[in-house]
Design a protein around this ligand. Structure first.
Ligand code: UDP
Length: 471
């Protein structure tokens, strides 16, 4: 029998942090396996199609379909969380997903849904497509997600009020204060959505993860038992550095700085700080007397993920200096650079002058730091970032973090100064720097031909072929 010719459809939820790893997966399927890919991108009114990283296609094997923006305003309470919004949007987009698949020519014959797209499983079944889910994060998070329906039955009261850690078979326990945002309040709609997603993942033929087997083998194995489906760690899939000519001034400044002397400070695509925290961070950076590049956004009260749906869309926020302490930019003129809103992060982390990253621990940022061998200051804000911070500091030993979670208490300037020095001063940061460089090499090995992640993607493809052959 002839081997079936594969054509993938990958469904992406809104948000830069979701679309970037989806596109990287598409690139891998095309470049290393010559599999054509149709990426279906769910768009929103606040992140118009032209703002998506998925606009330009460089290969004729890649087709990007921007689904019409979904209007969910009548379905959502104005106070709905980012996770609830994403889930409701993905549900509302299902009819367009279905018609995009039916109208594609040639038609994709298997589906990979991202972590918020798991309800598309019904469409895959209807159209006879083998289906996989792509959790664009790490194995520990995937374990908590898939095990949450068990915790839901076992644990009484709010998770955050528990005095004991939350135990997950075969895997590190999760501290109550580290649970993901949807688990913070069990009465909120986002919690029910989260439990549902965790259950749905086990109905896919396999789970793809944006990590590599050796980074957290214990959690990968635990996930295999919990979900009881094949698990394919295929990462770290990170994007290439931004093209030449992107923010030339900033890159020229970096070129002039000594090796590993600059701290890069950024809170991802959606992170924002309070006004008070912004002031303390500015003072902490100044007091540390270390060089820095700081991506600054206007402060927002209330939600740390306030710009999740709107950042990266070219919106400018030129007057950020107004939010910083008086005279800060003058006093730090020779020390650092302020970048409003958005910086070419991969290019920065890839630059030899960068020696540390103060990050909100979004999983893409985390991987980007690891693959560039840059130690971190872990400053978690939302989503699964508290778990990521714990993993980076306590398991991998490649980061330091504030004593108290930044969402609970303002981190004061003295503590910030101390953390910055402990990462950036050559002798003090040496151990972390060595460990992160080992992980960089490890990541390269996993991705190389015959490496664990390369093989894992091959296995998934083989499984898909077998499934199609058996039809
Ligand atoms: N990013 C960037 N420039 C910025 C801020 C973010 O290029 O100024 C990119 C970053 O490189 C990463 C993504 O946006 O690929 C953010 O994803 P992550 O998972 O770290 O966090 P999220 O934004 O989803 O919270």
């Amino acid at each position: 029998m002839e081997t079936p010719v594969l054509h993938a459809a990958i469904l992406s939820s809104p948000g830069m942090g979701h679309q970037i790893p989806v596109l990287q997966l598409a690139n891998h399927l095309i470049t290393h396996h010559q599999i054509p890919v149709t990426v279906l991108v769910v768009t929103t009114h606040t992140s118009p199609p032209e703002s998506h990283p998925a606009t330009a296609s460089s290969s004729n094997l890649l087709r990007i379909v921007q689904l019409p923006p979904v209007d969910v305003s009548s379905l959502l309470d104005p106070t709905a969380t980012v996770v609830t919004r994403l889930c409701v949007m993905m549900r509302a987009a299902l009819p367009s997903v279905r018609s995009a698949l039916l109208n594609s020519s040639p038609r994709p014959n298997f589906l990979i849904a991202d972590l918020f797209g798991s309800e598309s499983i019904k469409i895959a079944d209807e159209l006879g497509m083998p289906k996989y889910v792509y959790i664009t994060s790490n194995a520990w998070f995937a374990c908590l997600t898939t095990y949450c329906d068990v915790l839901d039955k076992e644990v009484v009261g709010q998770y955050v009020d528990q005095t004991e850690v939350l135990r997950i078979p075969g895997c590190k326990p999760v501290r109550p204060e580290d649970v993901v945002d949807p688990m913070l309040d069990r009465n909120d709609q986002q919690y029910r959505e989260f439990v549902r997603m965790g259950i749905e993942y086990s109905f896919f033929r396999g789970i793809l993860l944006n990590t590599w087997e050796d980074l957290d083998r214990r959690s990968v194995d635990a996930l295999r038992s919990i979900a009881n489906v094949p698990v394919y760690p295929i990462g770290p899939l990170t994007r290439a550095a931004e093209p030449e000519g992107t923010n030339t001034e900033l890159m020229e400044w970096l070129d002039k700085q000594p090796v590993e002397s600059v701290l890069y400070v950024s809170f991802g695509s959606g992170g924002t700080l309070s006004s008070e925290q912004l002031t303390e961070l500015a003072w902490g950076l100044e007091m540390s007397q270390q060089r820095f590049i700081w991506v600054v956004r206007a402060p927002v009260g209330g939600h740390a993920d306030a710009s999740f749906f709107s950042s990266g869309n070219g919106a400018s926020n030129g007057g950020v200096a107004d939010f910083l302490p008086d005279g800060f930019t003058d006093r730090t003129r020779n020390l650092g650079l302020i970048v409003p809103m958005w910086a070419p992060q991969m290019k920065i982390l890839n630059h030899p002058s960068v020696g540390g990253f103060l990050t909100h621990c979004g999983w893409n940022s985390t991987l980007e730091s690891l693959v560039n061998g840059v130690p971190m200051i872990a400053w978690p804000l939302y989503a699964e970032q508290r778990m990521n911070a714990t993993f980076l500091t306590e398991e991998l030993g490649v980061a330091v973090r504030p004593k108290v979670l930044p969402m609970k208490k303002v981190v004061r300037r003295e503590e910030i100064e101390e953390m910055v020095r402990s990462v950036m001063e050559l002798e003090r940061g040496k151990g972390m720097r060595e460990r992160v460089k080992e992980l960089k090499v490890d990541a390269e090995k996993a991705l190389s031909k015959a490496g664990s992640s390369y093989n894992s993607l091959c296995e998934m493809i083989k499984d898909c072929q077998m499934r199609l052959e058996s039809r």
